[in-house]
Structure formats: structure tokens, C-alpha cells
Design a protein around this ligand. Structure first.
Ligand SMILES: [Ca+2]
Length: 398
């Protein structure tokens, strides 16, 4: 349709472009033709021009089609390029945003840390100022011969673990652990470890050894005051034990709980247990024995009997070796020194020393828990751990 319109346009142009029909001079092929045949000649010419135009149009159309495909490819490439550029642009923006966020966060954290540090510095200066103030006030009190700042007395849970069991145990379930006690007759409280689940509970633990971490190579004053960790291995201290068992109208029993390296257990119980005071070197008194580990405190011979013996350490010698004892044909003066400076109620040493240690080398010692009446098939049982516990005898066994 487009071509047809164009052909007629060409024809019309040939007729009317100059305002007059084409002359023979305009068209060379018409020179030899008579004027009467002009119309025929013109028609032929028109036909030829039309053919030529159609051919050229087809050629042009083909060329345009090729150009269109090329244009499409170029267009896709351009689109891809634009998208790629946009992607790169967005990535750059994202990277910049992340970098800015990181910078801001770091700054925020730095500011917070600085603020915290300022607060800590301020509190530290306040504490320092208050401490100085207290020191100053104490100094003033001392200068004016006035009592220092009064301290609030520590409240105790009871007089001993049996007393705690009797009073608190009636309305709450007591857990094994550290409690504060203040036995009758003394004006200061102290901590003890109470056992509330062994044989009816109410036991004050006065000695415990298990891992061999705590060194029992101690002096007289250390055995008097106690040492170690109440939650681990410890010796409560002769003074504290003395105060507990010396309360009016009380009687205490002693339980020695032993465990072998093979995991077997045994015990030795004494239905009464008390100590004489410091001036008598805490002489031990034991009642009737019952148990499965034997009465090592008394042993088999009279000279082994440790009951009614005073306590000895490496620096306080009450061991009955006066002036010396003999072991394996060798004379020695101190059972404590023989047992690597441990403290106990020795009697010419004897068969029991639950505080014994074994010197491995100059720097290392191991527990050497001695209870030489605990036998298995005629041989001494090797002991891994021990507990010494006391309880009021008024409390019934379960
Ligand atoms: Ca001696």
C-alpha cells in the first residue's frame, strides 16, 4: 500500500513537478518518437520508473531490516551497559553506607566506653575520698581516746550444728554447708561446716581430707586456730572444737568416717568426746568405741593408747617419747617430726594419725591418713579420704 502510494506520487511529480507535462527533451528515449505517440512512450517510461522504484524500495526495505536488527542488538547492549552501571553505582552506595555505619558504630562504642570510664573514675575517686574520710575519723577517735566506729555483731545460726538442727531444722530443710556458730561461753562466732544428712544430721565437721591439696604440715598455733578450706580440706582448730564440746549440759560423740582408695567405707565411733583446755594441750578423752574400722585411737597395746594424750606438733612436743622412742632400731624424739611435722594426739606415736603426711620430695607432700586398725584380709587398708565429725549425744541415731 505504501509502495502504491509512492508510485502515484512519482507519476504525479513527473506530470506536475514543473507545472507542464514532460517534453521529448526531458526524456531522451522519446526523441525519435512522433508527438502522436507521446502518450504511449510516457506510459512505458512510467512503467520502467515504477519497476526501478520498486526495486530500489525493496533494496532499501532490506537494508532497513538489517539496520533494525543491528539497532536492536545495539539497544540491548546499551541497556545491559546501563544496568551494569546502575549496579556498580548501587554497590558503591552500599559500600559507602556500610563504611559510614561502621564508623558511626565505632564512634558510638568509643563514646560509651569513655562515658563508662568517666563513671568508674568518678566512683573510684568517691570511694577513695570516703576511705580517707573513714581513716581520718578513726584517727580522730584514736586521738580522742574514743571507740572506733562500732561494728555490728555477726548473727550466728546456733551454738553448733546439732543446735542448728534442733532449732532451724524443725521449720526448714537444712542443706549441708557452712554455718556460723557461737558456742556457749565464748564471745565470738566462727564458721563451721555442718552435715545434716549423715546418720540423722546435726554433725559439726572438725576435720576433712580428700584431695591432698591442703598442707597439714603446720605449727602449734596453726593447729590451735585451724586452717584450710571449710568446703574442701581443713582442720577446724583445737580452740573452736574445745569451745563446742565444752558447752554446759552437753555431751558430744565423735565419728571418724574413712574411705579407702578402692572406694570401700568404714567408720569408728566414740560415744563421748571432749578436750581439756589449752593449758593441758587439748588432751583428748574418748568414750566407748563402736564401728567397722577398729579402735585405732587406743590401738592394741597400752603404749599405743592415745586417749587422754595431749596434742603435739613439731614445735610443741607432748608425744610420750621422753626422751626418745625407737622405731626400726632407730631412736627419735618427736612423733610429729617423724610424721613430717603433722599435728596429732601422739602417744609414742601410736596407730592413728588422721593428719599424717608423706614427704615425696622437698617440695611435695601427700596425705598419709593412718588408721592402723582398719584391715582387709590381714593387711592395712590404704585410705584415700577421711572426715571427723562431732554431734551432741542427746540427738538420737537413725
Ligand atoms: Ca618427744
Amino acid at each position: 500500500m505504501k509502495y502504491t502510494c509512492t508510485v502515484f506520487f512519482v507519476i504525479a511529480t513527473l506530470f506536475f513537478s514543473t507545472g507542464t507535462p514532460a517534453t521529448p527533451e526531458d526524456i531522451p528515449a522519446l526523441k525519435s518518437v512522433e508527438h502522436g505517440n507521446i502518450t504511449v512512450a510516457l506510459m512505458n517510461k512510467t512503467e520502467r520508473l515504477m519497476k526501478q522504484y520498486i526495486t530500489e524500495s525493496e533494496s532499501k526495505s532490506s537494508e532497513e531490516s538489517t539496520n533494525s536488527t543491528e539497532n536492536c542488538i545495539k539497544s540491548c547492549e546499551a541497556t545491559t551497559k546501563i544496568m551494569k552501571n546502575e549496579k556498580q553505582f548501587m554497590c558503591r552506595n552500599l559500600q559507602n553506607a556500610l563504611a559510614a555505619y561502621t564508623r558511626n558504630t565505632r564512634k558510638l562504642i568509643r563514646d560509651m566506653m569513655e562515658d563508662n570510664q568517666k563513671s568508674l573514675d568518678y566512683l573510684s575517686s568517691q570511694i577513695k575520698e570516703l576511705t580517707n574520710r573513714i581513716m581520718f575519723l578513726n584517727l580522730e577517735s584514736w586521738k580522742n581516746n574514743v571507740e572506733p566506729l562500732p561494728h555490728k555483731p555477726v548473727m550466728s545460726h546456733g551454738k553448733d550444728c546439732t543446735d542448728i538442727m534442733d532449732t532451724m531444722g524443725s521449720f526448714t530443710r537444712l542443706q549441708n554447708g557452712i554455718y556460723i556458730v557461737q558456742p556457749e561461753g565464748i564471745d565470738y562466732p566462727f564458721e563451721v561446716f555442718c552435715n545434716f544428712d549423715y546418720k540423722g544430721g546435726g554433725w559439726t565437721v572438725i576435720q576433712r581430707r580428700s584431695e591432698g591439696i591442703i598442707d597439714f604440715q603446720k605449727t602449734w598455733s596453726e593447729y590451735m586456730d585451724g586452717f584450710g578450706d571449710l568446703l574442701g580440706e581443713f582442720w577446724l582448730g583445737l580452740r573452736k572444737v574445745y569451745h563446742i564440746v565444752s558447752q554446759k549440759n552437753t555431751n558430744f560423740k565423735l565419728q571418724v568416717q574413712l574411705e579407702s582408695v578402692d572406694g570401700t567405707s568404714a567408720y569408728s565411733a566414740y560415744d563421748s568426746f571432749w578436750l581439756e583446755d589449752e593449758t593441758k594441750f587439748f588432751k583428748i578423752h574418748l568414750g566407748r568405741y563402736t564401728g567397722t574400722a577398729g579402735d585405732a585411737f587406743r590401738g592394741y597395746r597400752q603404749e599405743d593408747n592415745q586417749s587422754a594424750m595431749p596434742f603435739s606438733t613439731s614445735d610443741v612436743d607432748n608425744d610420750g617419747c621422753t626422751p626418745s622412742c625407737i622405731l626400726d632400731d632407730k631412736a627419735f624424739e618427736s612423733c610429729s617430726t617423724l610424721n613430717n611435722k603433722s599435728g596429732w594426739w601422739f602417744n609414742q606415736c601410736g596407730l592413728a594419725n588422721l593428719n599424717g603426711i608423706l614427704q615425696v620430695n622437698e617440695k611435695s607432700v601427700l596425705p598419709n591418713i593412718q588408721w592402723d586398725t582398719w584391715l582387709s584380709e590381714g593387711t592395712l587398708v590404704k585410705i584415700k579420704s577421711v572426715k571427723m565429725m562431732i554431734r551432741r549425744t542427746s540427738y538420737p541415731d537413725f
